[in-house]
Structure formats: C-alpha cells, structure tokens
Write a new protein. Sequence first.
Length: 373
Amino acid sequence: MATPVANSNQQQQQASGGGRGGRGRNNKGKGRGKGQRNQWDGRSQAITLDSRTGTSSNSGPTRSVRFSLYYNIKNLFVCRHEIVGLVTAVGSSVHKFKVGDRVGVGVIVGSCQTCDICEQSLENYCPKVMFTYNSTYHDGTKTYGGYSDMIVVHQRFVLQFPDNLPSDAGAPLLCAGITVYSPMKYYGMTEPGKHLGVAGLGGLGHVAVKIGKAFGLKVTVISTSPKKENEAIKKLGPDAFILSSDPAKMKYIALFNNYIIDTIVAVHPLAPLLSLLKMDGKIVIVVLPEKPLELPIFPLVLGRKLVGGSDIGGMKETQEMLDFCGKHNITAVIELISVDYINMAMERLAKSDVKYRFVIDIANSLSRPDCSM
Ligand SMILES: [Zn+2]
C-alpha cells in the first residue's frame, strides 16, 4: 500500500537561519539507507516534484530530474505550503499525472481518505488531516513543507497547475486563493452585481479582490492603510477603497455590502464590519486571530446577519479554484526573492512590508555558488 512521504531530501531544505532538515540528518545517522531504497517502491500513488534544473540527480530510486520549484512564505512563521514544480517521477498507480506535468501542492498532503468528509472531498476538514508542514505523516515522519528541492506527495493532494499561469505568481493561489474562493462558493457570495467588502488588504485580501471581480461582484476594500489605496486601485481594480479609520467614509457605506470577507489577522472589532452589511448580509472570517473576537449580537439579530468561518478548501474545490483563476488570468502580486534573502524577508514581513507575497525561487537560488548545500 502506498506510504508516500510529504517531503524528502530534507538536507536540501532552505529555511532561514538553518536548524531545519532534521529528518535528512537523522536518516544518515540511523542507517535507513535500505529502507529509503525501498520507499519509492511502496509509494505507488505518489509523485515526486523536484526543484533544481539539470538532467539528473542522485536522489536515489526516484531517478528524479531536477526542475524549478517555487514556494511561498507567509506571516511570521514559515509555512512553506504553496509549492509549484514539475513532476519528475510517478508511482505505478498514479493515473492523474505524468512526468513533466506542472503541478502544485498546497496546505495539505494527507487525510484519512475514507471518512464522510473526505468522501465529499473536504479533506481539509478531515479529523486526520495532515498539513504540508508541522504534521505527522502516516508513517510517523514529520512534514516539513516545501523548503526542499524535492517533495513526494500522494496524488490525491496534487493539483494540475493551469498552463497559462506563471509558477511564481500563481503559487500563492494554493493557499491564499483557495482560502478566499472556498467561502465565497460555500456561503453563496458569488452573485454578480452584489457588493463584496474585503477587510484587510494583504496576501489573502488582494487575491479576494481579484476573485471577487472575476465573479462579477462590486468590490470595496476596507483597509487601515492609506498607503495602499493608489496602488490597490491601480493594480487590483476594486470599485472602492475605504479607510476603516475614517468614520465618515465608514458611515457612507453603512448597510452597503451583501458580503464581507474578513482577512484581518490582528485582533479587531467586528462591530464596524457588521455595520457595513445589509440585511441578510454575511461576513466570513478566513484568518485566525490569536485571541477571540468580540461578537455583538444585536446587529446579527436585528439584521438577520450571519458570521461564518472557513479554512482553505478541499482538493476538488482547490482544483476548481485553480481552473477558475486560469480562466480569468488571476495571480497574486508577488516579490520574487532568492533563498539568501529570507532573513530580510522575515524582517520585512514583521513590519507588513510586502506587496503582497514573497515567493522564493529555489531553483535559481540553489544554482548560485553561495547558496549551494
Ligand atoms: Zn477523512
């Protein structure tokens, strides 16, 4: 039976400050060479993505060919879960992919695959979901995400990447894109002509603007940052930009929106956002503030309003989202960096100084002599 491993070749991992890649080192010390040689044979439903460029590698029985791999970092901890690359090897039972396909891996790499939730392809809500990083895989190994030059993933958790989307700017869709797309579909927030408010204009919010516009919605950005207005209007094309710190403007759009997607990570009051919703309006929170938010009940009851939550999306819907973004040519706005810029990128992230996602070009980074392992 397949026992795919979420990430392999960890000694090639490129995380800021080092200290990662323990699995690779442990393997060396525990004489698991024979087991490793046999692993690929058991991964009958797994595929391998590899990052570097070249014609061959010494990565063992996978006989992988090295290709470019892009991945993304997010927030202040290193998620490394928006990965795009080319397939370099497939297991004997893989039928969805072939060597050379450009594919993506998002936030999850495993689930039980048998429960009612998985049968609905809502693997992200499976009680046994395994994330691309910081999870324990079926075989007991820890998942480390995409900071490696190769990753092995069960085919169920691999996505075909649209031909027309670039790998670097398209990679953030694998988390940011599905995080905003899924609630819009589930909560019925896609009716053309309706008004969508996007609270917070960061990695998630800016993609929500683009997807909302593609659904034919009238989109208003609700932001705390006046600096973002000009660029947001120019690059993202919302219909309006409102500063949440401007009471007059907030009052002007009171009871204006049918839907709001709340992407504000910081602890924040919900009352001002609820005041922007029409009767029957819906606000969906897609982030995880570190403390509970205060929820005023009066506007909910008196306006029959709804507050919901949503966490990424299942594999079927994630593929649907990618295809939708391909059709509408939607990508993230990114800054492409090399591995050796990670520490600076982390410092800038702490100051919210990124527009809007950092994406690391590991293939070109690793080909540079000063970054070689
Ligand atoms: Zn399940």
